[in-house]
Design a protein around this ligand. Structure first.
Ligand code: PLP
Length: 387
């Protein structure tokens, strides 16, 4: 609170609408026809893993997914007791605290399985385990050469009661091309591995394949669960927005307004020159905060409901907006850099398209001085689905 009793907003603010998260979880569940694991790795794609995790679970998600054990333990430390699975490990990952905290571990090799069993013995607790099968992505996951050994070792470990086999999972290489035949090939390979586990008397309790794109567009690939990341945060990896609502709004306080004369070059390298006398606004947001420098001269911001171009180079800490000759924008006004798009403003997806990347990279890259805050727009009037 400021001295006059008003609530101060951070100069650079990433506002996350938890009602949008809840709405998006419901959209994914409905379209996939399956339970939802909300993927909250990388601090919830930059939205805050714990806050998003809680909102997603309250909206009906059954599980949370993260990459690393450290991420899973952070959720447990914040009091989240729902099933959490971690699937990316290194030889130095300590599985003991994960087993103690009841974190499900997805293993990709017999070496990892052995270490999880040993961790269970040390923790005095049966490890809950998933097997991550490489059915064609060639990233982590057990490949076809090592699969028979891992399968047999899993069967033995279940028979010994050293582990509980909760899930078999794979990740799609071309999930964002829903009709690509590789998706069906990968699903068939996973189904075959599950059948083999069945024959050995150790069926996994649940099977999951789909990421957001597949969950939204290929319900036939949904098995028991879908692992949805980007859709939970409100963007569709598909051309159709699917009624999802982008949850993050990045806004900045106008730090300075000043007039410049025609011919004035702006920001490093003078890559933009004022074509006429004009007024500039300075925003305290730069590439160290996750505004890509590649967006220099290529972005627009909304201030008081009007759209203005960013001009000149995006710098480390600041960027400049051209307000034009006559403007009522004042220092202290709020500029929206990207948001839900409902008000005609820019979205993270548009930023990504402008510079040839994906919105995953934009939202998970918001950092530096950007302070995260949370709102819940549920109730009359919100949240609004972009047109
Ligand atoms: C194994 C796994 N499952 C699910 C996801 C979620 O993907 P998406 O954000 O496309 O839904 C990811 C993210 O990369 C992942 O690595």
């Amino acid at each position: 609170m400021s001295t006059d009793g008003t609530t101060e907003r951070p100069p650079l603010e990433a506002t996350v609408d938890l009602a949008a998260i809840a709405h998006n979880v419901e959209v994914v569940a409905r379209r996939a026809g399956a339970a939802v694991m909300a993927v909250v790795k990388a601090d919830g794609y930059g939205h805050g893993a714990t806050q998003v995790g809680r909102a997603a679970l309250a909206a009906g998600a059954t599980d949370l997914g993260v990459a690393t054990v450290a991420e899973a333990l952070a959720l447990r430390a914040d009091g989240i007791t729902a099933p959490v699975v971690a699937w990316l490990h290194t030889p130095s990952t300590d599985f003991v605290p994960a087993v103690e905290a009841g974190v499900e571990l997805a293993v990709s090799s017999t070496r990892q399985l052995d270490r999880v069993i040993a961790a269970g013995a040390r923790a005095g607790r049966t490890a809950v385990l998933s097997v991550k099968i490489d059915t064609g992505l060639a990233r982590n996951g057990v490949g076809p050469q090592e699969w028979p050994d891992l399968r047999d070792a899993l069967a033995k470990a279940v028979a010994d009661e050293s582990i509980v086999l909760r899930a078999a999972m794979c990740h799609l290489a071309r999930g964002d091309e829903p009709e690509h035949p590789l998706n069906d090939v990968q699903a068939a390979r996973l189904d075959e591995c599950v059948r083999e586990l069945d024959h050995l008397g150790v069926p996994p309790q649940v099977v999951h394949i789909s990421n957001s794109a597949a969950a939204l567009a290929r319900p036939d690939l949904s098995r028991d669960l879908v692992r949805a990341g980007i859709a939970v945060y409100g963007t569709s990896p598909l051309p159709d927005g699917c009624g999802l609502i982008p949850a993050m709004t990045l806004s900045a306080e106008v730090s300075m307004v000043k007039k410049v004369a025609a011919g004035q070059g702006v920001s490093y390298g003078h890559t933009w020159t004022a074509p006429h006398d004009t007024t500039l606004a300075l925003l305290p947001a730069g590439y160290a905060d996750g505004v890509p420098r590649l967006l220099s001269n290529q972005l627009r911001v909304q201030i008081n409901g009007r759209s203005y171009p960013g001009v000149g180079r995006v710098c480390m800490d600041q960027m400049v907006v051209d307000l034009g000759v006559d403007t009522d924008v004042a220092e202290g006004d709020r500029a929206v850099l990207f948001g839900s798009g409902t008000d005609g403003g820019t979205t993270a997806k548009e930023w990504a398209a402008t510079i040839g990347t994906i919105d995953y990279e934009i939202v998970s890259g918001i950092r530096g001085r950007a302070q995260r805050t949370y709102v819940n727009s549920s109730g009359p009037g919100g949240p609004q689905v972009p047109a």
